[in-house]
Design a protein around this ligand. Structure first.
Ligand code: FUL
Length: 490
């Protein structure tokens, strides 16, 4: 609906990478450049502790809620009467429980969307819940939401739209920036620890006809000062980057590192920017993993007319593989209704999705395999344990090597999981291939580019008694922390 519907050239890049893989050199050769031509990175770029923990959480729920829920609009105009906001049965515990039961460990709420209506009683404006009939004008949705998150042990995140179509000072740059700072400070100091603060890049003109210039350095410094453990999301980070589309599809390849100059500010547009967001950059100087935001419904806000268009469990599962399975986090929007509750179709799909993922990953059929490697054999078994930090290390100066898992007899699987020990060593693998032995014959069953935190391949169900992962090229030291083999429930 906005510039973000633009789609980058992901498939062209993936095609070029696949072509180059065929030319990779002999095992164990030290190259000043990776097989695909990237120079080795001099120093390791690694995540902060908070970023690494966030990547392990992998799934969050987005809650778009506000006056648009009651008007059916996607972008409110800022003229909505607060009297329309009256979610009679609001229960934030229901939102958070549904998220948690489906395996999502944090939730992000739109405290203010582009229409400017605040879900908390902001002292900076009267355009808020305080002017609505909700709880007799004494309600605070942000408070109920953060309390529910704390009670359920789920991380709480907030979205504060910088674009504000209600606020008269919008467009009068210094005045609005002070107003925004006040609102941000209220959110950061009133509701306890936040895991994520979400910044959209939408930018418009104010009533004075002038375009507002946001003061991002000031915004970032305020969040760091008041919530040092919260991660900031935007197109331009600084901690988490937008993945470049709202379809839940990460790029292939997808690096956690980026060149900070490639996306200069939130809302910057153009094919090169979208491509930088989709793919990251193996040589990037900063760690900024991608988050794929996508809605369970056609729109971001709830509409009864779209009840029949809620994504199916199969569709949600597909999104999981195209986001988490490609080294990005999934931020799935499930918007509350006018009642202030997640609707039945949404909860059914969400629950079914959670069950599908839990059932798929409940049993690793590679567990207990005998593990050998062409190089670094003494560390090979670390790729079979569940510790994401212990890893097979192929050895200094090795950028191509294989690891083989002799399984406990023939086993059936259709999902492959690979991980790198990113928390300590960052991300280096640029291309890989997986082969399996069935009835005595080896065949290639998957090829891929980057791995990072998690790489999942879905294949046709196969029964095999050995699996071999070959890393074809890297941009640094070669480490794999995990191979898992799973079967989707039938
Ligand atoms: C966009 C906004 O314009 C949409 O309304 C939505 O909030 C989405 C997550 O970000 O840029």
């Amino acid at each position: 609906m906005d510039r973000r519907t633009f789609v980058g050239a992901a498939s062209a890049v993936a095609g070029a990478v696949a072509g180059a893989v065929a030319g990779a050199g002999a095992l164990g050769v030290l190259r000043p450049r990776s097989a695909l031509g990237a120079p080795y990175r001099a120093g390791r770029v690694v995540p902060s502790k908070a970023q690494a923990a966030w990547q392990r959480r992998e799934r969050a729920i987005f809650l778009h809620f506000g006056v648009n829920t009651f008007t059916g609009k996607e972008w409110g105009e800022g003229k909505e009467d607060p009297a329309i906001f009256n979610p009679a049965a609001l229960d934030a515990r229901q939102w958070v429980r549904a998220a948690k039961q489906a395996g999502f460990s944090s939730v992000v709420l739109t405290a203010k969307h582009h229409d400017g209506f605040c879900l908390w009683p902001s002292a900076a404006t009267t355009h808020s819940v305080a002017s609505s009939p909700f709880r007799g004008g004494r309600g605070d949705v942000v408070r109920e939401f953060t309390d529910a998150c704390r009670a359920e042990g789920v991380g709480a995140g907030l979205y504060l739209s910088p674009w504000d179509r209600h606020e008269p000072s919008y467009g009068d740059t210094p005045r609005y920036n002070d107003f925004y700072e006040r609102q941000l400070t209220e959110l950061l100091t009133t509701y306890g620890p936040l895991t994520e603060v979400w910044f959209d890049g939408a930018n418009g003109e104010g009533p004075n006809g002038r375009r507002q210039q946001y003061d991002w350095p000031r915004v970032h410094a305020t969040v760091r000062r008041l919530q040092p453990n919260a991660l900031m999301f935007s197109d331009a980070g600084p901690d988490i980057r937008w993945i470049g589309n709202e379809r839940g599809v990460a790029g292939d390849p997808n690096w956690c590192t980026v060149d900070p100059a490639a996306v200069p500010y939130p809302g910057a547009d153009g094919p090169q920017i979208i491509s930088a967001l989709q793919h990251g950059d193996p040589m990037g100087a900063v760690w900024r993993p991608g988050e794929a935001d996508v809605s369970i419904r056609p729109g971001w806000f709830w509409r009864e007319s779209e009840d029949a268009k809620v994504r199916s469990v199969d569709n949600l599962e597909q999104l999981y593989y195209s986001s988490v399975g490609r080294n990005a986090n999934l931020l799935l929007n499930v918007p509350p209704s006018t009642q202030g509750l997640l609707g039945d179709p949404d909860v059914r799909a969400l629950t079914g999705f959670g069950e599908r993922i839990a059932a798929t990953f409940a049993l690793d059929v590679a567990a207990g395999a005998l593990v050998t490697a062409t190089q670094g054999g003494s560390t090979a078994k670390a790729a079979a344990d569940l510790d994401p930090d212990s890893a097979w290390f192929a050895g200094a100066a090795v950028s191509e090597a294989s690891i083989e898992f002799a399984l406990n007899g023939p086993v059936r699987f259709d999902v492959l999981e690979l991980r790198e020990p990113i928390a300590t060593f960052g991300q280096t693998i640029e291309s890989h291939e997986i082969a399996a032995r069935a009835d005595g014959a080896w065949m290639v069953i998957a090829r891929g580019t980057t791995i990072g935190n998690k790489r999942l391949h879905r294949i046709e169900p196969l029964t095999a008694d050995a699996v071999r992962v070959t890393v074809r090229s890297t941009v640094g030291e070669l480490r794999v922390s995990r191979l898992g083999l799973y079967a989707r429930p039938r």
